[in-house]
Design a protein around this ligand. Structure first.
Ligand code: NAD
Length: 386
């Protein structure tokens, strides 16, 4: 089996799906590895490092012609889709619930597609394959550094001859993997940290990291399936926004991480809440995406300063800004999944396997992932019918 590693094409994307160390491990499992010229350069992995790991560095045309399985971080863009041929497989973060139209196109081309973001999170044997977790860890850490760098004061309490600086008050909204990592990082920088989530089970985790859990009286618990949050009703959403606004006004730095699978990210920080913050405050919106984000007025990949002096940072792809660590972790995830799906040197699709049931999206001309197939049958789903 020939496995190929592409050079990512999305704007700002600096990660690579397989680092040289992981390429060497696949080689020792008898898998041939092709790497597109320059694929790892932006993450500081030169072509020579792949060659030393016994991978073959090739031009793009040769890669698509020769590969059985193509590994990527994101999703294939249009020129890539044109190159894929029937029987080839792609493995990446394809976000089929947000973009089921891509699955339809891959099925039409008879391409087998595997999406790491569909992995069942609660299966302990799937943990080494959990790219959402590994990338969220990177993002949560980096979000605090981005916030601290934009904030015009200190994070820690500092007592010096030139005066005393009070510690920054940081509020983390959404305490999944990224939020918990952000709490730990902000605490290590010396900030006073509070955090909130709609899943009450996270309270103990938040407190164990030394932060204060914010409890809202107007919104009940909203845990959904598989450990995720459920979407709130319109009434719950409004009540949550209003009650959160008081807390937001009392903080110097707010970092938002809230997501609901397959949905637009919930709006947690309204325009009024931003207006209530003091000049010099910083808000990092890790959910900022073209679909919207957690913060009114945040723009993906941009820093906006509001009229009242609040810096809003749209930071939806922070793992791409720490490409070496993020790629190393992603490589381990994608290699573990690939090896799990490989028997006798070939990719074997088995929808009866509970890991594969979550990640295999298309095979032999069909969308076989049930949740994605259901979206494609839904006439009200815009993405599926554009
Ligand atoms: P996520 O990225 O889907 O969402 C981030 C956080 O936003 C979640 O904690 C969610 O509850 C919260 N959120 C959603 N809507 C909200 C709202 N309106 N207001 C406030 N908060 C809101 O979450 P994630 O980090 O991917 O984690 C999802 C789940 O997977 C968690 O239960 C986590 O513990 C679990 N998980 C388990 C394992 C494992 O068992 N090995 C590994 C990783 C994650």
């Amino acid at each position: 089996m020939k496995v190929a590693v592409v050079k990512e094409s999305a704007p700002g994307e600096r990660r690579v799906a397989l680092v040289p160390e992981a390429a060497a491990r696949l080689r020792s499992a008898g898998i041939e590895v092709l790497v597109e010229q320059g694929a790892g350069e932006a993450a500081w992995f030169p072509d020579s490092a792949y060659a030393e790991a016994d991978a073959v560095v090739v031009a793009r045309d040769e890669l698509y012609a020769g590969a059985d399985v193509i590994l990527m971080v994101g999703r294939p863009d249009e020129p890539t889709l044109e190159r894929l041929r029937a029987g080839q497989a792609v493995v990446g973060m394809l976000t089929p619930l947000a973009d089921p139209g891509l699955a339809r196109e891959l099925a039409a081309r008879k391409v087998t597609s595997v999406s790491l973001d569909g992995l069942p999170r609660t299966l302990s044997r799937a943990q080494p394959m959990d790219a959402l977790t590994s990338q969220s860890n990177v993002a949560g850490y980096k979000s605090v550094l981005v916030a601290a760098s934009a904030y015009g004061r200190f994070f820690p309490l500092l007592i010096t001859a030139a005066g005393t600086a009070r510690p920054a008050k940081v509020l983390i909204l959404g305490t999944g993997v990224a939020g918990l990592q952000a709490i730990g990082t902000a605490r290590r920088l010396g900030a006073v940290v509070s955090a909130y989530d709609v899943r009450p089970t996270t309270k103990a985790e938040v407190e164990s990291l030394g932060a204060t859990f914010v409890e809202l009286t107007s919104v009940g618990p909203a845990a959904g399936e598989g450990g995720y949050a459920r979407a709130l009703t319109e009434d719950e959403r409004q009540a949550q926004q209003q009650e959160l606004a008081d807390h937001i006004a009392r903080h110097d730095v707010v970092i938002t991480t809230a997501q609901v699978p397959g949905r637009r990210p919930p709006l947690l920080v309204t325009a009024d809440a931003v207006k209530s913050m003091a000049a010099g405050s910083v808000v990092v919106d890790m959910a900022a995406s073209p679909l919207g984000g957690n913060v009114s007025g945040s723009v993906p990949d941009e820093e906006v300063v509001t009229e009242n002096g609040v810096t809003l940072i749209g930071a939806g792809n922070l793992p791409a800004t720490m490409p070496t660590a993020a790629s190393a972790a992603y490589s381990r995830n994608i290699s573990a999944l690939l090896l799990h799906m490989t028997r006798d040197g070939a990719l074997v699709i088995d929808p009866a396997d509970d890991i594969q049931a979550g990640v295999v999206i298309t095979h032999e001309g069909h969308v076989i992932h049930p949740a994605t197939a259901a979206l494609l049958d839904d006439p009200h789903n815009e993405s599926a019918h554009d």
